[in-house]
Design a protein around this ligand. Structure first.
Ligand code: ZN
Length: 640
């Protein structure tokens, strides 16, 4: 177990904007930072990060939490792992209580797999640098491929000895079991025999976003007939091939910085581009690009540039993959390398400045590129020309943004020398057909603000029963307390003092609101400064989630904007006391209604002793009096 001090130190140090910023590109709007949500697919940002409140909240899919919760969710790891991850990031010493030093097998399986992969990576690295076979064969090979020692180290490249049992025996000595080794894909089980998966190969470790080794790609050194060029890790609990891009960990900062990502095919292409001074590059590792890989890039940038090898045969096949990127709403450019060259070979042929210049000068947008490519060599054959036009229009129709589609149509009209109206007509036909094929209902534009208002209205205007209405007013009380508790009212006391006094005799029904109220009261009694972070960082997820939901603001009007357009937007702070008063009266009124109803049931349903009946009638009268008194006060507040 981690001790409490470590957790607290992490909570204080891990600024939400820094932690989230490692995974998505945040843009400032109002007081908050916004991005497209990393937890669900969307094209307009509804994922907000509040640096002042220390939490993230998505108005699209409702994901929310503090820094630790974010790491937990995005990495799919345990609370403890998330704390450790952040402790490492912020160089906070990790203190564990006694029972923490249990053996590896007792730990969570994923945690064990991460540790095992790290061990394997270190083993392969050590082979490369220190073992005579590794030096002679592995290191020599990388040198020959032109990869310098600095980059061998940066990408943690290694070498697996040409042996059936080398790693297997080593790992057993370290206390790992065959079961875990097989689960990690490091050893293979074949006809009662267990042996190393990677033998006599150069090892490229594959990292996840946070830099953990999750898989290996092992390349053969000499071409052999019966051997594949690459042997890769199989799918494991920590490695899903289709979700991963090679080099994303090393590239993510640069991608954010320059707002662009180069996409290449192979592991050595990525390393070569780094050596040529281009760090914002990832590889799909030979497979067709998947939706989740595109989404991974789109967390950091909306601009992808695909590098194509110089042989035209491969390009036409690759066009489909690029269409997928368009479909996800990203901007795609392409660069075609000279015939016979790939990124690895060409970046080594030129010096880094010349290579970078080549890339700059040959970058063109994808639609133009595709149009030129398809029209090549067609000449005046009308059938072929029509076929090509149709294919280009198919790509344009994939672009979700209508303005961009129009721009591309105009461009193609010039490029292909075809009347724009004709193109537009054909394009619209494709769109209509697509709609029909997918039976897509008309898609409403997602608007988080409207949704929130609707929810609020649902709670207030259409009460299904007393409990639901009471819950809504309880919620409103807690919302006011969390957001404005420390604001000083005209009488010189904070709003919290007023709210706590008024709510002291109100029995809250909702367990979470009840818990927050009593905790707040306790803290106030101890005269502690009450910080929203206390609830936002709460280890009970329901409390954390509620605190975030009640304090997150879905939209903001910046002060500048107000000045510019001379609009005065009344702030909630201006009517705080009145709103709090109104809400408490409503809550109390509903509670009394509930009590009256219960009392009536008792009166009706059972036969009572005269004494008991008197009591019930008395209660009824008292309740009725209170009801009238509160209703009157409420009327005055509402009218006055
Ligand atoms: Zn979301």
């Amino acid at each position: 177990m981690l001790n409490q001090e470590t957790i607290q130190a992490v909570q204080q140090a891990a600024l939400i904007e820094e932690v989230v910023g490692d995974f998505v590109t945040l843009k400032k709007r109002g007081q908050n930072l916004w991005a497209c949500c990393p937890f669900h697919h969307e094209r307009t940002p509804s994922f907000s990060v509040s640096p002042s409140k220390g939490f993230y909240k998505c108005f699209g899919c409702d994901a929310a939490g503090d820094s630790i919760a974010f790491i937990k969710a995005i990495e799919g790891i345990s609370f403890i792992e998330a704390v450790k991850y952040l402790a490492t990031k912020y160089s906070i010493p990790i203190q564990e209580t006694e029972e923490g030093h249990k053996d590896i097998a007792a730990q969570h399986e994923r945690d064990s797999l991460y540790i095992l992969m790290k061990l394997a990576n270190n083993y392969y690295i050590q082979n490369l640098w220190e073992h005579s076979e590794g030096q002679r064969i592995g290191h020599a090979y990388l040198k020959e491929r032109g990869i310098t020692d600095d980059f061998i180290k940066q990408f943690e490249l290694g070498y697996s000895l040409d042996s059936w049992q080398g790693f297997h025996e080593y790992a057993l000595k370290q206390g790992y079991t065959d079961g875990l080794l097989e689960k990690a894909g490091l050893i293979v089980h074949n006809q009662e025999k267990l042996y190393d998966r990677f033998r006599g190969r150069v090892i490229f470790p594959i990292h996840n976003l946070s830099g953990k080794v999750i898989a290996f790609a092992a390349r053969i050194l000499k071409p052999a007939d019966n051997q594949p060029k690459y042997v890769n890790s199989p799918e494991t609990p920590i490695y899903h091939k289709s979700d991963v891009l090679y080099g994303i960990y090393q590239a993510k900062q640069k991608i954010k910085q320059v707002d662009k990502c180069f996409l290449v095919e192979g592991y050595t292409d990525v390393i070569s581009l780094h050596m040529a001074g281009i760090e914002n590059v990832v590889a799909s590792s030979g497979t067709a690009l998947t939706d989740s890989q595109i989404q991974l890039v789109s967390r950091f940038t909306k601009h992808i540039t695909v590098l194509f090898d110089g042989d035209t045969a491969g390009i036409k096949a690759a066009l489909r993959g690029v269409d997928k990127i368009l479909e996800k709403g990203l901007h795609v450019k392409v660069i075609l390398l000279p015939p016979g060259e790939d990124p690895d070979s060409y970046s080594k042929k030129l010096d880094s400045l010349a290579f970078q210049t080549y890339l700059q000068e040959h970058e063109q947008d994808f639609i133009t590129f595709k149009a030129k490519l398809l029209m090549e060599g067609i000449g005046d054959d009308p059938t072929q020309k029509a076929e090509a036009i149709k294919e280009i229009l198919q790509s344009i129709a994939l672009i979700p943004d209508a303005v961009n589609r129009t721009l591309f149509l105009q461009q193609c009209s010039r490029l292909l020398d075809i009347n724009e109206g004709v193109l537009l007509g054909e394009h619209n036909k494709i769109l209509v057909r697509k709609e029909k094929e997918h039976h897509r209902p008309h898609k409403l534009v997602h608007n988080p603000v409207n949704e929130l208002q609707l929810t609020a209205k649902r709670g207030e205007l259409i009460p299904l029963n007393w409990a639901a209405t009471i819950e809504a007013y309880e919620q409103e009380s807690i919302r006011l307390l969390l957001n404005y508790g420390s604001i000083i009212l005209e009488d010189g006391n904070p709003l919290s003092t007023y709210l706590l006094q008024e709510l002291a005799d109100v029995p809250f029904q909702h367990p979470v609101y009840k818990h927050i109220l009593s905790t707040y009261e306790e803290l106030a009694l101890q005269e502690q400064v009450i910080d929203i972070n206390f609830f936002v960082q709460h280890t009970d997820e329901r409390i954390q989630k509620t605190a975030i939901d009640l304090t997150a603001s879905p939209y903001e009007v910046s002060d500048k904007w107000q000045e510019k357009y001379q609009i005065n937007i009344s702030k909630e702070e201006d009517n705080l006391y009145r709103n709090a008063y109104k809400n408490i009266l409503r809550l109390k009124l509903r509670l009394i209604h509930q009590l009256i109803e219960e009392n009536n049931k008792l009166l009706k349903n059972t036969v009572h002793e005269p004494e008991e009946e008197d009591k019930l009638l008395q209660v009824y009268a008292t309740l009725k009096q209170s009801e009238t008194a509160i209703a009157q006060q409420l009327g005055m507040v509402i009218i006055g």
